[in-house]
Write a protein that binds this ligand. Structure first.
Ligand code: NDP
Length: 297
């Protein structure tokens, strides 16, 4: 079997065109242009790259944005006080603190200091909680982007056996929640695997849909999946490659070349899930500006 490629780049372009039209309608109706505030602590190069992609996406869809840069020695008190000032600023619709944070800062603590009504990443416990009970919420962008791909390619989820490898708060756990919920999108029988899972293959081999978000290059090989599985590779890993200008290349968590002859559908890395994550951030920012999730009383 030769897998069909899930083209996240293409679907994200289509999605962002729709968002741009919506933004222009919103502004055309006399509303302020949506505004996304990004906070970067320190100068981690990968974070700078991700923020660059988000800033370009904002420009593309007509959302205003800027980034506040703080030193990597900033105290928790100072950082949270900065976030509070953004919470109280009516000209800011969405707030995103780029992760990871330096080790002396607790990401839980910092995320909780963001007003959940402006938490466009969907990481605040209020939004995570609402996701688990099917209430309107800012959905974590990566799982939300994967569901857009399922919709675009008419990949069925209901009654399938979905296996999620990786249980992080930002990808694996919300993905498993969304797959397993008994709403119109989910209804899959869902297994979550993590580092302590014994015999990973025993679980992955039964997956109709396999979502891998472990940050481990080459973790999933062809012999670990069944013929015809849908493979969603979330991983983004930099591995050394002297043949490239930058000295590295990006690979996922799955052995794409081995799997492409066994899967029915597969996401490439790059160009699969990543662009959809950014598109969903744009969607959440527009939802925040419109106060669609949390209407004003
Ligand atoms: P985390 O490191 O927070 O979580 C990784 C998860 O994978 C943890 O649950 C970990 O288990 C589990 N894990 C690690 N090694 C194994 C293993 N050998 N077998 C099974 N499970 C394992 O990462 P994130 O969720 O933030 O990100 C995962 C990957 O996805 C990264 O490569 C990241 O760069 C990428 N990413 C991509 C995005 C995109 O838009 N494409 C967006 C966000 C992330 P334990 O907790 O027990 O250690």
């Amino acid at each position: 079997m030769s897998a069909k490629i899930i083209d996240g780049k293409k679907v994200s372009e289509i999605t962002m065109d729709l968002i741009r039209d919506d933004v222009e309608k919103w502004v055309g109706a006399g509303n302020r242009r949506p505004f996304l505030k990004v906070v970067q602590v320190g100068t981690d190069p990968a974070s700078t790259t991700y923020i660059g992609a988000k800033t370009r996406a904002c420009k593309r869809v007509g959302i205003d944005t800027d980034t506040t840069h703080l030193s990597d020695t900033v105290s928790a008190k100072e950082l949270k006080s900065t976030i509070r000032s953004f919470n109280n600023d009516d000209s800011i619709d969405g707030i995103l603190v780029q992760l990871p944070l330096p080790l002396h800062l607790s990401s839980h603590d910092v995320i909780e200091s963001i007003d959940h009504k402006k938490d466009v990443d969907g990481f605040h416990p209020m939004n995570v909680g609402r996701l688990t009970v099917d209430q309107p919420t800012f959905k974590s962008c990566t799982p939300a982007g994967i569901f857009e791909l399922f919709r675009y390619y008419s990949i069925p989820v209901k009654s399938k056996h979905a296996v999620v490898v990786g249980a992080s708060n930002i990808v694996g756990s919300p993905m498993a929640t969304m797959l397993s919920r008994e709403n119109s999108e989910g209804k899959a029988t869902t297994t979550i695997c993590h580092k302590y899972t014994k015999d990973l293959t025993q679980h992955t081999i039964g997956a109709d849909i396999l979502v891998v978000a472990a940050g481990q290059p080459n973790l999933i090989k062809a012999e670990m999946v069944k013929e015809g599985a849908v493979i969603i590779d979330v991983g983004i890993n930099r591995i050394a490659d002297e043949t490239t200008e930058k000295g590295y290349k990006l690979v996922g968590d799955c052995d794409f070349n081995g799997l492409k002859n066994k899967a029915s559908w597969i996401t490439p890395v790059p160009g699969g899930v990543g662009p959809m994550t950014v598109a969903m951030l744009m969607k959440n920012t527009l939802l925040a500006a419109k106060k669609s999730i949390y209407p004003e009383e």
